[in-house]
Design a protein around this ligand. Structure first.
Ligand code: ADP
Length: 258
């Protein structure tokens, strides 16, 4: 099959990387970056060589979520050295620009920046490279996904009806690009209160149903969890795997399910 190729969408080759996995979502704020980070750290904790690239160039979360903001980005000639944190090699555009400077991109610039970031980073040999895509089904996530020889994509969704509808569109986008959808993750599934009771704040089971209906594996659910939120803000995802037993179990299951 021959696809028409524009210069900015010409593929990037990463021969040292065995599997490139994109994490997408139909909309922002559902936990796409949270899932990306914890998938990466979870896989690394299982002994895999893992990298993570922040493709969410409009709102890069990795500098905060992985604690990259404590370090200066380092270059080696024309190349960038990834940050080595939590057993993972990480790179984010957010680490290369000043804080609070708006990241204003027109489409081709966005693709160009992403392409540069991914191809100039010295990833070395990796078993997995996780790509945190921008949310939605617009031109930018689509072109990014197209640039890379992806093994597949993971779609993140909350149990809410509106999130599922958007997630279905994300699934359809990947399928149209002939990218295998490896599974759906339901985030913010429920909340366990101090009383030990389960509260289904955004509803329950919607993402699993959506996965079933679309013929996609369901990778698991992550409840609304204060420690998860706290560790994200503190840039310490490793703590998710060593603290609260239920959280560590839920997150480890995700990476095992891939
Ligand atoms: P997205 O990448 O889809 O925009 P994020 O992963 O950045 O979403 O999540 C949005 C915010 O919600 C972040 O501050 C994150 O720490 C928080 N968050 C995400 N999932 C959970 C969860 N299951 N429990 C608690 N906080 C969460």
């Amino acid at each position: 099959e021959s696809k028409p190729k524009q210069p900015e969408s010409e593929g990037v080759d990463l021969p040292g990387v065995k599997h490139i996995i994109a994490v997408g979502a139909g909309k922002g704020g559902v936990g796409k970056s949270t899932v990306s980070v914890n998938l990466a750290v979870g896989l690394a904790r299982q002994g895999a060589k893992v990298g993570i690239l922040d493709g969410d160039i409009y709102g890069p979360s990795l500098p905060t979520m992985m604690g990259l903001d404590r370090f200066e980005a380092k270059a080696e000639g024309k190349h960038l050295l990834p940050f080595e944190v939590h057993g993972v090699k990480a790179m984010s555009l957010g680490s290369l620009v000043e804080d609070e400077k708006p990241l204003i991109w027109r489409g081709p610039m966005a693709h160009g920046a992403f392409r540069q970031l991914i191809s100039q980073t010295l990833w070395g040999d990796l078993d997995y490279l996780i790509i945190d895509l921008p949310p939605g089904t617009g031109d930018v996530p689509l072109t990014m996904a197209q640039l890379l020889p992806l093994t597949g994509a993971v779609v993140v969704c909350t149990p809410q009806k509106v999130a599922q509808d958007d997630a279905r569109r994300a699934v359809a986008m990947f399928r149209q690009m002939r990218i295998e959808v490896l599974g759906v993750v339901e985030n913010m599934s429920y909340f366990i209160g101090d009383d030990g009771k389960e509260y289904d704040i955004f509803g329950k089971g919607g993402a699993e149903l959506m996965a079933q209906q679309s013929g996609i594996p369901f990778l698991g659910r992550i409840p609304i969890n204060t420690a998860l939120r706290y560790n994200a803000d503190a840039g310490d995802p490793s703590a998710n795997f060593t603290g609260d037993d239920a959280l560590a179990r839920d997150l480890s299951e995700l990476s095992r399910g891939l």
